[in-house]
Write a protein that binds this ligand. Structure first.
Ligand code: NDP
Length: 284
């Protein structure tokens, strides 16, 4: 068996095309959606991510603004900036690029963002809304994963979903979103004993650990869908996920590549959340 590769770039294009149409409607009613990105410090990877996000917004007609701070900026300066953006009617989405430099408490900064402008879905109100299944701005990476599964018409209801990695931004919200769609969910972390006994049961296997090669072919159930969230730069410069792609591909029915899988979907879902926030502000 050779799995079908889920093309995240192509599905992201579809999502962005939908967003472009929604932006046109918003503009015809007098609202141009706006995204503000706050970036602190000089982390090169963060700068690349921010550039991609701004570019994707521009592609669909969203106005964007970057607020750059040196790594020496204080927590209060960042919070003051965020509070100013909360009051700005031209800005519908605010994103603080993580990680923040040591000494700045991310949670304090994220709680400073107005929940209705929290397009990353990290504010406690949005996390709580997700937990109880209320409509909210969902975290972008899990939203992108669900959108990929839906696009490929992969069943979630009644399936075994195993998530490897339990972070607040990927693993936990992905578990909640799949649970709400009727999956039976196992959420594994670094303390999980005998990881393979869980992964081998997975009809849908989501891997988000930042550990290249943590999932090998024999750990994948025959016929599974494998979603590889990991992004790892090897010492030879190659970009890989967390899954042994060739090993898993021979057992799975569907698999996402790295790059070109979950990454572009995360960006597309950020664009979609920004449009959604603007629609709500405009009463649409
Ligand atoms: P974190 O470091 O915040 O979390 C990693 C999680 O993996 C933790 O829950 C940790 O367990 C778990 N873990 C670590 N080692 C093991 C192990 N041996 N067995 C089982 N679980 C393990 O990472 P993120 O969630 O932020 O990111 C994960 C990966 O996804 C990274 O490569 C990141 O670059 C990538 N990423 C990709 C995105 C995309 O758009 N494609 C978006 C966001 C992240 P514990 O809780 O016990 O510490």
């Amino acid at each position: 068996m050779t799995a079908k590769i889920i093309d995240g770039v192509a599905i992201a294009k579809v999502v962005k095309e939908e967003c472009r149409n929604r932006v046109e409607i918003l503009k015809s009613k007098g609202t141009t959606p706006g995204l503000a990105v706050v970036i602190v410090g000089e982390d090169p990877a963060s700068k690349v991510y921010v550039r991609n996000k701004i570019h994707a917004c521009e592609e669909v007609g969203i106005h964007s603004a970057i607020h750059e701070f040196p790594g020496t900026a204080s927590q209060q300066e960042i919070i003051t900036c965020v509070r100013g953006l909360n009051q700005d009617p031209a800005i519908h989405g605010i994103l603080v690029q993580l990680p923040l430099p040591a000494g700045i408490e991310s949670r304090r900064v994220l709680e400073g963002i107005a929940a209705e402008k929290d397009v990353d879905g990290f504010h406690l109100r949005n996390v709580g809304a997700l937990t109880v299944g209320e409509p909210a701005l969902p975290p972008c990476t899990p939203a992108g994963i669900v959108r990929m599964l839906e696009h490929e018409k992969i069943a979630i209801w009644g399936q075994n979903a195993v998530i490897v990695g339990a972070s607040n931004i990927v693993g936990k919200p992905a578990a909640l979103m799949l649970l709400q769609r009727g999956a039976t969910v196992s959420l594994c972390n670094s303390k999980t004993q005998n990881l393979a006994q869980y992964t081998i049961m997975a009809d849908i296997l989501v891997v988000a650990t930042g550990r290249p090669g943590i999932i090998t072919g024999p750990m994948v159930k025959k016929g599974a869908t494998v979603i590889d969230v990991g992004i790892n730069r090897l010492s030879n410069g190659k970009l890989v996920g967390d899954v042994d792609f060739e090993g898993a591909r021979n057992r799975a029915t569907y698999i996402t590549p790295v790059p070109g899988g979950v990454g572009p979907m995360t960006v597309a879902c950020l664009v979609s959340n920004t449009v959604q926030a603007a629609e709500r502000a405009a009463g649409i």
